[in-house]
Structures are given as C-alpha cells and as structure tokens.
Design a protein around this ligand. Structure first.
Ligand code: NDP
Length: 476
C-alpha cells in the first residue's frame, strides 16, 4: 500500500481528521464500519486531497504503507476494543495503532500492553478542539512509545494547530500519558467554565446587569490577561438573543449543566492520587447540583437566605474585583491540575514535561488561552516547580489580586451568591500558604479514637498517647 496514514471511524471527528490529513498533502486511507460514511466522505470532500477508500478492514490495512499508521476514531469504550481486535490480525510488527478517541487512561494502559506483546505500537492520543479543531488543527496529546512518535510526530505536528508557528502537538509519555493529560485538560475546562459562570452570576447579582451588558464586560476582559477561547465565546453567548422569545438566549436556557464524564474521571483520579484538585471537583459537583432537581425543588422558597439585595456602588471597581478574582481562581485551578499531572507522572513513570503541555494547549483546544505562555515559562524557569502558584510571575499576578479576591468571595457569601469554585480556590490559596493548619487537631483526634499515632513539631519519631489510660506518651 501507499497511504501514509489511515483513519477508521468516520463520524464527525474521524471525517474531519481524515480531511485535515488530506488537506495537508497526506495520502489518507479511510474506513468505517458501515461503508456509507466512507462513501459520503469521498463524495463530499474527495477533491480536497488523496483518499484511498476501503470497504473491508483487510483492504484498508493493505492500502497503507509500512509501518502502518492507523488512527482509530470511534465511540470510546467497547467499540474501540472491537475495532482493535478486528485490525490486529491484519497488522505486521512495528505497525502503529493510534486511539484518538476519548479513552479513559487505564484502558489505554491495558491496550498498550496487549499490543506491545504482539510487537505493535499502541498510541493513546488526546485530541482536543471538537469538530472544528479536528478539521482545522486540533491540540494533539499522543502517548505510547518514543519510537512511535518518530513516525507519527511529523504527521501529527503538521495537522495540529500552530501558535507562533509552533505545533500544538508533542510526545507526552508512555502508554496512558496522552489520554491522562487530555483528561486533566477536560477537568481544567470544567473548572474554567464554572469560574466564568460564577463571574457572570456575580456581575448579574451585584450589578443587576443584563446578559448583553455582561457580555460586553467579557469582551473587554478578552483583550487582557484573561484572553481565551472560553472568555471569547462567553461574550458571544451572552450577547446572543433568542429568536423565538426575543429574550437574551442565556435567560431561556434551562439551568442544568450536563456532563459526559471526563470531569468525573479527573476528580476520581485526584482522589486516588491524593491531589487536592478542588477547582475541578467543585466545578464537577456544581454541575451535579444544577441537575439535583428534587433537592432544588425542596429548597426553593424554603431555605431562609437572610440576605439583602446586592447593590454595588462603585461598579467599575466591582467589575475589576471580579476580573482579578476570576484570574486568581483560574490560576489555582491550573496549578492544581498541573500538580495532578506531576503526581500521575511520578506514579506511572511517565516523565511528563508540564511546560510542554501548557505549550500544546495554547491553540486548537477548548482551554486555549494567552496565559498558558506564562505557565510554560514558569516550568522553563524550573522544571521541578513544586507549585505553579509559587512561580515568581504568578505570585505577583495572583498576589496583586488577593484583596479583590477576598472582597468578592466575602460579598458573595454575604449576599447569598453561590461561588463554590471562587470560594474553594481562595480557601486552597490560604490553606497552601498557611504556616500552620488545623490538621494538627485532626491527627490528634485520630490518635485519640484509633491510635493512629502522630509526629511532633519538636522532635523526630512517631508517638501515641494512651488517651483512655494515664495519658502518657509512648514511642509508636
Ligand atoms: P461517535 O463517538 O459518535 O462514534 C461513531 C463512530 O464509531 C462511527 O464511525 C461508528 O461507525 C463507530 N463505531 C461505533 N461502534 C463501533 C463498533 N462496535 N465497531 C466499529 N465502529 C464502531 O463519533 P465522534 O466522531 O463523535 O467521536 C469519535 C471519538 O472522538 C469518540 O471517542 C469521542 O469521545 C471523541 N470525541 C472527541 C472530541 C474532541 O473534541 N476531541 C469531540 C467529540 C468526540 P458506524 O458509522 O458504522 O456506526
């Protein structure tokens, strides 16, 4: 065969990826379980490049040059296993199978192991940017063997998004590393969206502003440090008017946020690794609260608020406070997400370069943002940076906003505006910088009821106090 890359699974994502490869000059082998999708790709876009269409898996594999590079873009889960099982008998040693769907990283670890045992490369790759990204240039996060990246790198980097000429694609690390990083990306996306939603709510309640007015505030913010895809679309969405009702669009949308599950995976993994990713967790739970209909119904009009209407006097100062609080909370969410990547990297032996991850998220993906440059620079200053917030740039950028952040969170609490992500981010900030935490009391309680022992501030060792006896201290 002669095709340089193959794509199987030609629903919206696979179809657009295949077109992206073709438009970049690669000869693309295409295949889909049901041939109709393959046919329609050729009919609608066959003139965009060179496609080699096959009806059977056998012909599809045969149409590819070796080592074969096959991108699987099917429904994540059982379908991915089914497609891999179908492909494998036709492959030869050294061939490369890329799963570009949204796999859960433990599945990727399992699949990589199985294919490696057969002499094949399995590359779990995060792909972010939705339909449009797949077509015009996504952010690509490939895992797998370093050797496989020597073959894939030039092709994937060519079709990826570019920022300042730099591709938004790099080798992430072995087996599940690519899908893991994509998972954390999505978790951060949850936090980013929740923070933006809280900022919108604060402006709405504090200023009594309309959606369109708030949209204009976001549009202004998008010219500064907060410049990002999500802020940009927020301005657009808030200014959109519903044709049917003539109301602001956001005011007629039911206030229940759904989820497909990557936020949940991120939080579950944060718990497994013991990394406090409170921004992502609060964002995920906030979506769950929005959908808790029986509880919300029972609470509505029942739970006393004991608040008064919020009438902000200095509107410009308040808007600036919210902007600073949003920026600070956002840095906390990213700082926590990068801690999670570092913890997993150590746990699974992935050796992930966090600065490079921030670099490939600058374009193509949903969380693309100007400030990611700052994160890359921070990890370039110190690859082992223990806390992103403690980087010299961020101590300044966040530190300046702390008084505003406190005013906003206090105002929200006083006036009954729920800001779980803003509040928990500030609590994290104060917790992580505290000289002494009340955890001492918790450890003392644990020793009291469960003889779980404690360490002392004034000398080494592990101790237990005989609480139910004479309360002497013993070496444990
Ligand atoms: P879907 O997730 O809707 O999957 C449909 C595709 O899977 C079709 O090509 C279908 O073939 C194929 N398929 C399903 N079951 C099987 C099976 N048992 N055997 C063979 N083929 C099967 O497609 P999308 O394009 O929306 O998404 C593809 C992947 O990309 C998913 O993993 C998804 O999570 C991920 N995704 C990523 C996004 C991103 O921004 N990165 C956005 C959206 C999705 P057939 O036509 O024959 O039914």
């Amino acid at each position: 065969g002669t095709a340089e890359i193959g794509v199987t699974g030609l629903a919206v994502m696979g179809r657009n990826l295949a077109r992206n490869f073709a438009r970049n000059g690669f000869t693309v082998a295409i295949h889909n379980r049901s041939f109709a999708k393959t046919q329609s790709l050729v009919d609608d876009h066959g003139d965009e490049g060179t496609f080699v269409a096959s009806e059977s898996v056998e012909d599809f594999v045969a149409s590819l040059a070796r080592p074969r590079k096959i991108v699987v873009m099917v429904k994540a889960g059982a379908a991915t296993d089914a497609v891999i099982d179908e492909l494998v008998p036709h492959l030869d040693e050294g061939d490369i199978v890329v799963d570009a769907g949204n796999a859960h990283f433990p599945d990727t670890i399992r699949r990589e192991k199985a294919l490696r045992a057969k002499g094949l490369h399995f590359v779990g790759s995060g792909v972010s940017g939705g339909e449009e990204g797949a077509l015009l240039g996504p952010s690509i996060m490939p895992g797998g063997t370093a050797e496989s990246y020597q073959w894939l790198g030039p092709i994937l980097e060519k079709i990826s998004a570019k920022v300042d000429g730099v591709p938004c694609c790099t080798y992430v690390g072995p087996d599940g590393a690519g899908h893991f990083v994509k998972m954390v990306h999505n978790g951060i996306e949850y936090a980013d969206m929740q923070l933006i939603a809280e900022a919108y709510d604060l402006l709405k309640q504090g200023l009594g502003a309309s959606a369109a007015e708030i949209g204009q505030i976001f549009a202004d913010w998008n010219t500064g440090d907060l410049e990002s895809f999500l802020i940009e679309i927020t301005a657009d969405v808030l200014q959109h008017v519903d044709a049917a009702s003539g109301s602001a669009f956001v005011d007629i949308v039911l206030d229940r946020a759904e989820q497909k599950g990557t936020g949940r995976w991120t939080v579950q993994n944060g718990l497994d690794l013991g990394v406090p990713i409170t921004g992502i967790a609060e964002a995920t739970f906030a979506r769950a609260l929005s959908g808790s209909v029986p509880q919300r119904t029972a609470a509505l009009g029942t739970l006393p608020a004991h608040t008064t209407d919020w009438q902000v006097e200095d509107r410009a100062a308040f808007i600036e406070d919210v902007r600073l609080a949003l920026y600070a909370s956002k840095v906390v969410a990213y700082s926590q997400g990068f801690d999670q990547i570092a913890a997993a990297s150590a746990e699974f032996g992935w050796d992930i370069d966090r600065g490079a991850m921030a670099r490939i998220w600058r374009g193509g993906c949903i969380i693309r943002a100007r400030f990611l440059n700052r994160i890359t620079e921070a990890y370039e200053r110190n690859v082992d940076l223990p806390l992103l917030l403690a980087d010299e740039y961020f101590t300044g950028a966040v530190g300046n906003g702390v008084p505003a952040w406190r005013r906003v969170v206090a105002g929200a609490a006083l006036h009954g505006v729920p800001t779980p992500a803003f509040s928990s981010s500030l609590a994290y900030y104060d917790g992580v910088r505290a000289e002494r935490l009340p955890a001492a009391l918790i450890q003392a309680q644990r020793d009291f009821f469960g003889a779980h022992t404690y360490r002392r501030t004034d000398r080494d060792g592990t101790f237990h106090t005989t609480w139910s006896g004479d309360r002497t201290e013993q070496d444990a």
